[in-house]
Design a protein around this ligand. Structure first.
Ligand SMILES: C[S@@+](CC[C@H](N)C(=O)[O-])C[C@H]1O[C@@H](n2cnc3c(N)ncnc32)[C@H](O)[C@@H]1O
Length: 239
């Protein structure tokens, strides 16, 4: 993910915070991956927490924090069940992470957990790929290579979900020159803006704005990626 313009994403997030005149002190990066956004935000002076479902990614994030001498608490946790010791001022979840939730029930459960993790009147900012984007992905195969690895990539779209399935096969070089193979399948689902908004309201949020990503224009059904800015206005009780 080294080509992802995380620095620009940090700038955009701060633009959104300026729009709502909000100054969070503690931020949770939910589905933080290997901590790219988390660490950039920590460098800007925010107190950061990072949670991700993948133990391996959390390990890499922790190592990067140590190398950069940044005091960030990373832990493994699932969207639907994570718990924090103390509530935070802002939860972010970026780079399609919430598209990994494949049912409305799981999306609702995640929003409830986020509500519980936030201080009163705190914010939840996240991005998602739209239905339009997922249904317009071109199916097919491609290949790319990086330093010491090759990757075969196959895109498949199931318009009914809609689901986007990515089949990845990596061939990674060992120090002795031999190669080993690693397979991964990623599945994303997109939801209409109206469904996401309805679930946010149901779980104690007010939707302040939906943006066409990286602009201040309203998001719509032809946006590729949308950013939600939601404010916690009620506390929900988890069943
Ligand atoms: C596309 S990556 C984005 C990572 C990070 N936000 C970034 O911008 O680099 C999606 C992340 O979602 C995490 N993820 C997927 N399903 C999850 C779940 N059920 N609970 C927590 N994290 C999950 C994956 O482990 C992965 O790190």
């Amino acid at each position: 993910m080294s080509t992802v313009p995380y620095c620009d994403w940090v700038e955009y997030l701060e633009t959104l915070l300026k729009e709502i005149n909000y100054h969070p002190r503690i931020i949770l990066d939910l589905a933080c991956g290997t901590g790219n956004m988390t660490l950039l935000l920590a460098k800007r002076g925010y107190k950061m927490l990072g949670i991700d479902g993948s133990k391996e990614m959390v390990k890499v994030a922790q190592k990067k924090a140590e190398q950069k001498k940044l005091d960030v608490s990373f832990s493994q946790g699932d969207f639907r069940t994570f718990q924090l010791k103390e509530p935070v001022d802002l939860v972010i979840s970026l780079y399609d992470s919430l598209n990994y939730l494949l049912t409305e029930e799981d999306l609702e459960l995640t929003f409830k957990q986020v509500n519980k993790a936030l201080n009163p009147y705190a914010y939840f900012i996240f991005d998602m790929n739209t239905v339009w984007r997922l249904t317009n992905i071109e199916e097919g195969n491609s290949m790319f290579e990086g330093d010491g690895y090759y990757c075969f990539w196959r895109d498949e779209v199931d318009k009914a979900g809609p689901y986007w399935k990515v089949y990845l096969t990596f061939f990674i070089e060992n120090p002795d020159g031999s190669m080993w193979r690693k397979d991964e399948i990623h599945v994303e689902r997109a939801y209409p803006i109206t469904t996401i908004s309805k679930l946010l309201v149901k779980t104690g949020f007010r939707v302040e704005q939906v943006y066409d990503a990286f602009t201040l224009n309203p998001g719509n059904d032809k946006s590729e990626r949308i950013y939600f800015v939601a404010k916690k206005v009620e506390s929900v009780v988890l069943d």
